[in-house]
Design a protein around this ligand. Structure first.
Ligand SMILES: [Zn+2]
Length: 237
């Protein structure tokens, strides 16, 4: 699946589970999500839904922060056995979730930096920063991501769910790749069988462009109407 479809699926996936999560407790994380957490979670999930493709040198995420992401990408490619191997396994999703949660417990500042990075990756995936004038687009993307991160911080957004959202974003990525013809080795390194191989639609083919992307986009609009308390958010007339 293309980067933008993955990013969109991250936003939709998060919005879809918000009503199910509200008021529940999973692995010690209590879900009491306000508008700030819903927006933050959508961006975190969208960014995380691009993480597994860090193992590919031409992926959106690998080129989001230039030298930094390309170096991490090369490292991931080496550590996880090339493209669509270890980074597309349940073990990887678990690892990313645990590392993120550890980061969240370790330092509040580190969480803010990670939210900023994931938001920038998400915006890039969704289409910002894809302009012909690469440098200007990247600067605007970074400023926008920083602005949102700061606004969420000022609003007192709670990130105790961050690790779960990152793991969930990775899982959404696998689901997206399994929906295309490319299989995903979910049980790597124990069993290298590729789930969903040769079934599904072609990456960036007619179905992805004309069906998947529009449907995901419309889903975001519908969920946005459904999830946010609009009467409270809008100024009183
Ligand atoms: Zn992938």
């Amino acid at each position: 699946m293309m980067g933008h479809s993955h990013a969109l699926s991250g936003v939709v996936g998060w919005m879809a589970v918000v009503p199910l999560l509200q008021g529940t407790e999973i692995l010690g994380v209590r879900f009491d999500l306000g508008s700030g957490e819903i927006i933050a979670g959508g961006l975190v999930c969208a960014g995380a839904a691009l993480i597994p493709d860090l193992d590919h040198k031409s992926a959106t995420i690998t080129n989001t922060y230039g030298f930094v992401t390309r170096t991490i990408g090369a490292l991931f490619n080496w550590m996880f056995g090339g493209h669509r191997n270890g980074t597309h396994s349940l073990l990887f999703a678990l690892l990313m979730g645990v590392l993120t949660q550890a980061l969240a417990l370790w330092s509040e500042l580190a969480v803010q930096v990670f939210v900023f990075l994931l938001a920038g990756i998400a915006f890039n995936g969704l289409g910002f920063g894809m302009d012909k004038n690469k440098v200007a687009a990247e600067v605007i993307n970074a400023l926008f991501a920083a602005g949102i991160t700061l606004a969420l911080y000022t609003a007192g957004t709670d990130y105790s769910w961050m690790g779960l959202a990152v793991a969930f974003g990775c899982l959404l990525h696998f689901a997206g790749d399994m929906a295309t013809e490319m299989g995903v080795p979910l049980l790597w390194p124990f069993w290298k069988y590729r789930f969903g191989q040769n079934i599904g639609f072609t990456t960036n083919g007619k179905i992805e462009r004309n069906v998947v992307t529009p449907v995901l986009t419309v889903a975001i609009i519908i969920y946005a109407f459904y999830l946010f308390p609009w009467p409270e958010l809008l100024p009183e007339a």
